[in-house]
Write a protein that binds this ligand. Structure first.
Ligand code: ACO
Length: 324
């Protein structure tokens, strides 16, 4: 008998404001054509003035609770993956906890930039397997529009705001790959690459939030190789072949990275959930957003093998294999 962290419900929230690529043409030397062909992005959502990461996280959490048929009383841990918290502290997790009316359990944030949701899932899985929690609400929520340099065409056209949430619950499995739930995880980081993607401000340096800086083409080269390698490691740990993967639900940074990784793994693009065209790169929110869209469209079904992989600032990268 093996304790497994099984998906009970999923949901998402996107801010109302949708910004098409053409919007950037008014103030930047860029074009819809460049953004579309180099990144696959067509539009993204931006949070309204005053709308915060915890606002988005709360809406996604409520959608996931509804989907699972649960209430906040059924949750004993909230884990929020974000690099754009409302405040330096307290955590977005505790803000969501209080707004859901939860007065028990525990909540905290995980910061691993675009790999944040994969890191949060691995942590949630470990908490459940260790018996520290029975039901964990795992949220990825970001307002990257707040850390954009609107004069830097190489970054500000790529990111968007949003949130997704997944509820994991403890169930007993047989310990085989036929079990539902998280079957394997793999996490990595290498701080030598910190200059490839960082924010140029912070509490103990400038005292400001800073703006995002990225060496996109160098990161691109690292991404396909590292994502393929972590995906292969997770699949091997789970005893699952690439041909058995029903859905890749990747971090949505660039369609060319997603295509390159799927090609290297031998998985056709019709088995990849793609949302980058509509959401842009929402950092830690992109995987739960894509999961939620894939389930809502009735593509991801109970029993399917789902592989998620992500890479982001740090560099930090990793993957999760689960049976939905
Ligand atoms: N519009 C028009 N031209 C542009 C734009 C733009 N918005 N941005 C850059 N260019 C120009 C550049 O200036 C450059 O011009 P030059 O050749 O005259 O110097 C040319 O386009 C090519 O630039 P590259 O950066 O080489 O373009 P590339 O094909 O690599 O695409 C991109 C850039 C989309 C950023 C890509 O490199 C990428 O997606 N990188 C990875 C991003 C990623 O995975 N991030 C990780 C997660 S993010 C996170 O953790 C927060």
């Amino acid at each position: 008998m093996t304790r497994r962290a099984v998906a009970l419900g999923v949901g998402h929230y996107l801010p109302e404001r949708v910004v098409e690529n053409a919007w950037f043409e008014d103030f930047l030397d860029t074009s819809d054509e460049w953004i579309r062909t180099r990144s696959g992005i067509e539009r993204r959502h931006f949070a309204a003035e005053g709308e915060t990461t915890s606002d988005l996280a709360l809406r996604a959490a409520q959608a996931a609770l509804d989907d699972a048929g649960l209430t906040a009383d059924d949750i004993d841990c909230i884990l929020v993956a974000t690099s754009t918290p409302d405040l330096t502290f307290p955590s977005v997790g505790t803000m969501v906890q209080s707004r859901l009316g939860m007065t028990r359990g525990f909540a905290f944030d995980v910061q691993a930039v675009c790999a944040g949701f994969v890191y949060a899932l691995c942590n949630a899985n470990a908490l459940i397997v260790a018996g520290q929690a029975e039901r964990v609400l795992v949220i990825g929520a970001e307002t990257f529009s707040r850390i954009m340099d609107w004069e830097d065409r190489s970054t500000c056209v790529l990111f968007g705001d949003g949130a997704g949430a997944l509820i994991l619950g403890a169930e007993t499995g047989r310990g085989t790959k036929e079990d539902r739930g998280i079957l394997a995880t793999d996490l990595n980081s290498d701080g030598r690459y910190r200059d490839m993607l960082f924010v140029d401000g912070g509490v103990s340096t400038t005292g400001t939030a800073g703006k995002l800086r990225m060496q996109g083409n160098q990161l691109f080269r690292q991404a396909v190789e590292k994502l393929t390698s972590t995906a292969e490691t997770s699949l091997e740990k789970a005893g699952i072949l690439g041909s058995e993967v029903d859905w890749i639900v990747p971090h949505q940074a660039n369609i060319r990275i997603i295509q390159g990784t799927a090609r290297k793994m031998g998985v056709p693009m019709n088995r990849v959930i793609l949302t980058v065209q509509d959401h842009g790169n929402t950092s830690a929110a992109s995987i739960p957003l894509a999961l939620s869209v894939g389930v809502a469209e009735e593509r991801i079904k109970r029993g399917d093998i789902v592989l998620s992989e992500a890479i982001g600032g740090g560099l930090a990268w990793g993957s999760v294999v689960l049976r939905w």
